[in-house]
Design a protein around this ligand. Structure first.
Ligand SMILES: Cc1ncc(COP(=O)(O)O)c(C=O)c1O
Length: 447
């Protein structure tokens, strides 16, 4: 009998990453770089916390959206929803991809003009447009979406004063199954208000009706809602054509597609539950097929997609400031970023990924922000391996609404950077300073 050959033993550290039905706990795969830019290098250059945007993801999402619809409908326009993220660099990327601007305030209109967007490439929405704003928009040739009868009358007065016949759209609110109704915006369809508004506008003969607009809501993962919305808008367009002889130039279905985030109440992760753009497109086009106009007169389809384009492109890098043990046994981690910068933590379970190799058994963890406020919780329960003071974590999919709705509360808002081709990176917005915050303050002379 021959002697067994000696084999050198190999020691492998046991990583006790727990399995769930989707496989290994995702948080254990570290995120050390974003599109070729090392996280450590980014933090060394711009500080922590830090928002990092991927130019590649922004472009890919914009093209994916456009292609999904353009394959199914002959004329499609994206109007970038400024309120979702109006950092100049982000808007420029969407405009470079051919997007118009969708704005809802004077400030956003100025911002779009400042970025070189011509007024007739701007859709102006929202329930509040002052007379001055409306005058500027109508005189400049912006595409104004009227929200209520007072605004319709104001637009007519201004048009008369300017001796113009401006092109306008009507915002419509309507009910679709399974989506809470946003009836406070626009003219309501089912109550008959939308038809009254059309009749009123046509009879006034001061404004030219060129479009219908409807924004259903936000983070709508059921594509059937869009099918129903498009069908209702198509039927209204048919009626307008038959009754008033008005041929509409566009139908704007607003925004609201879900990003790959996970809502707090959602069971499946967003990466599995969120439909691809192609499924939204199929549903919308099926609805638009109710249009009875000749093919060559089919209206342009306008999309105001916001979060589904930009959310996935944004990552917030935060640093562990302290670990503590809570009385219920959970581990608490104090981060340098809280709900002041990650507003969306109130309704999303953002993916959390360490930015360095971690070892040890994941345990239930609460992620706290730095604010001296009880509500400052980024994640209230997740499994994370031990983290050391100074370790970094990445909070994924936070590109939408955070850098517009963030709060300047007791601290400075952090820097935002863009990572482009080959890992090159540059600031989109620098970190705030004391001067930025106190600059607008005045001291009354008697103090
Ligand atoms: C009129 C309008 N269009 C587009 C959007 C963008 O929506 P989302 O980010 O959900 O796609 C919004 C957001 O509230 C909106 O009010």
């Amino acid at each position: 009998m021959s002697k067994p050959r000696y084999e050198r033993p190999v020691l492998i550290r046991h990583e006790a990453g727990l399995m769930n039905k989707f496989g290994r706990v995702q948080a254990l795969r570290p995120l050390t770089e974003i599109d070729g830019a090392a996280v450590d290098e980014l933090v060394a250059a711009y500080g922590s916390p830090l928002f990092v945007f991927s130019e590649r993801t922004l472009v890919e999402r914009a093209r994916e959206l456009k292609e999904a619809f353009a394959r199914r409908w002959p004329r499609v326009r994206l109007a970038w929803s400024y309120k979702t993220n109006y950092l100049g660099g982000i808007c420029r990327i969407f405009h470079r991809e051919g997007a118009f601007a969708e704005v809802v305030s004077d400030f956003e209109y100025d911002k779009a003009l400042g970025l070189g967007v011509p007024p007739d490439h701007i859709h102006w929405n929202g329930p509040y447009k002052t007379d001055a704003a409306l005058t500027r928009a109508l005189a400049g040739g912006a595409i104004v979406h009227l929200d209520h009868f007072d605004e319709l009358a104001a637009a007519e007065r201004i048009a008369e004063r300017l001796d113009l016949r401006p092109s306008v759209a009507l915002r419509i609110s309507l009910s679709v199954e399974g989506v809470p109704e946003w009836s406070r915006f626009g003219f309501h369809l089912e109550s008959g208000q939308a038809r009254d508004a059309v009749a009123r506008l046509v009879a006034g003969n001061r404004l030219e009706l060129v479009g219908l607009h409807c924004h259903l809501g936000t983070f709508i993962a059921d594509v059937r809602a869009y099918g129903e919305q498009a069908r209702k808008l198509a039927r209204l367009a048919n009626e307008i054509r038959e009754r008033h002889g008005v041929r509409l130039g566009f139908i704007d279905i607003g925004g609201g597609f879900a990003s790959h985030n996970t809502l707090k109440e959602q069971y499946l992760p967003g990466t599995q539950a969120t439909p691809p753009f192609s499924r939204y497109a199929e549903a919308v086009i099926e609805g638009l097929c109710e249009l009875t106009c000749p093919a060559r007169e089919q209206p342009l389809l306008v999309l105001e997609t916001g979060r589904a384009l930009v959310d996935d492109a944004g990552t917030l890098i935060a640093t562990v400031h302290a670990n503590k043990r809570l009385p219920d046994g959970r581990r608490g981690v104090v981060l340098d970023a809280g709900v002041n910068v990650l507003f969306t933590a109130f309704w999303y379970r953002h993916d959390v990924v360490p930015c360095q190799e971690t070892h040890g058994t994941p345990e239930p963890t609460v992620l706290f922000g730095p604010l001296c406020m009880n509500i400052d919780v980024i994640r209230d329960s997740l499994l994370l391996p031990p983290l050391q003071v100074g370790d970094r974590i990445a909070l994924r999919n936070c590109g939408a609404y955070n850098v517009t709705q963030w709060m300047q509360f007791i601290t400075y808002r952090p820097a935002v950077v863009l990572v482009g081709d080959g890992g090159r990176h540059a600031l989109l917005r620098r970190c705030e300073t004391l001067d930025d915050v106190v600059g607008p303050e005045q001291t009354p002379p008697w103090l």
